[in-house]
Design a protein around this ligand. Sequence first.
Ligand code: ATP
Ligand code: MG
Length: 369
Amino acid sequence: MALTAEEVREALRTVEDPELRQSIVDLDMVKDIEIEGDTVRVVIALTVPNCPLQSVISERAKEAILAAGAKKVYVRLTAMTEAERQALSAKLQSAKGLVTLAPDRPPGSEKTVYLTVSSGKGGVGKSTVTANLAYALARSGLKVGLIDADIYGYSIPEILGIRRQPTVLEKLIVPLYSFGMSVISMGFFVPHNTPVIWRGPMLGKMLDTFFKEVHWDEDLDVLLFDLPPGTGDIPMDISRRVSWAMDILVTTPHPTATHVAARAGAMTLRLNRSILGVVENMSYVECPDGTRVYPFGEGGGRDLAAHFRTELLAQIPLAGDSPGIEDPVTGEIASGLYPADHPVGKVYASLAEKVMEKLGLEPRPEAVR
Ligand SMILES: Nc1ncnc2c1ncn2[C@@H]1O[C@H](COP(=O)(O)OP(=O)(O)OP(=O)(O)O)[C@@H](O)[C@H]1O
Ligand SMILES: [Mg+2]
């Protein structure tokens, strides 16, 4: 028996837009359903023309309608009109209560934990640690957001292999969904690696945009901030906006790095924020026979943790290149993420476990593997 339009619509309700992660029916993207015997034709309007994930939407819609009982399915993709985009933007905003809530409200909800990752010194691995920790938390089933707050020196897009640009609906920016995390970075808005040459006030404006104009999920469990090196305007600005954010200090075992990281830690405390713990990166190299060598010396992380009466959360080995991981949805290859079954990926998994334990967060079954 032929399907009814209502049955097709119900089947499509299970299909989510990969970026907005809501049903394409609820997002008013299903524009037309035509049924002729066991052939179904649907028209789906994308939020932007040539949306990079259009084939994902089309495939998912096709599968859902076939699973409902159709024999042949044709999906035609169009783009929303300006008026439809405006209506969707208004709908998303009012659903989140953004219109009526205080303008300074940070992303997420009261239960969202904010974590900054900092170090005094550049190049110690903050961005690598932030991205891999975020990925390990997402694998545990948490809803994870990642703000690349290094406006000049952004590197998160490169680490995650992101080649897309975010959808912008009116004044609402949809974060890019990558490896199970919602991500925003200045790099998404800068063509061809052009250097960003802005002064302080503009940096604050960009952070403002990241906080207020990005469509963050209400139910984010954790929002991580990859900070630029040092103790400049951006860490100060973030401390002002989310003074209850906790900090993870990254250092290498070398005394110079530890000494400089101590300055970043001192600033965190001066701003009345707490330090969740220390991550020592590039700690050792594991030889094939299992012995460890310590090219940058030993004890930096331990000493820094003792100095701040906090815990050394992890020691991450000096690693070779990651084999790369392919995002199952977008097909993008992250060259800076370590797979869960890689020795370094396992260290990040236990770092994530420790972070969750300290924050009282529990793993969820719907984990991204
Ligand atoms: N454990 C590690 N083993 C080997 N290489 C690493 C490790 N951690 C980071 N790296 C490499 O070191 C370089 C710097 O890392 P990353 O960009 O994460 O540092 P950063 O502290 O964020 O730098 P910046 O201060 O410029 O933001 C990168 O090339 C990264 O791939
Ligand atoms: Mg960095």
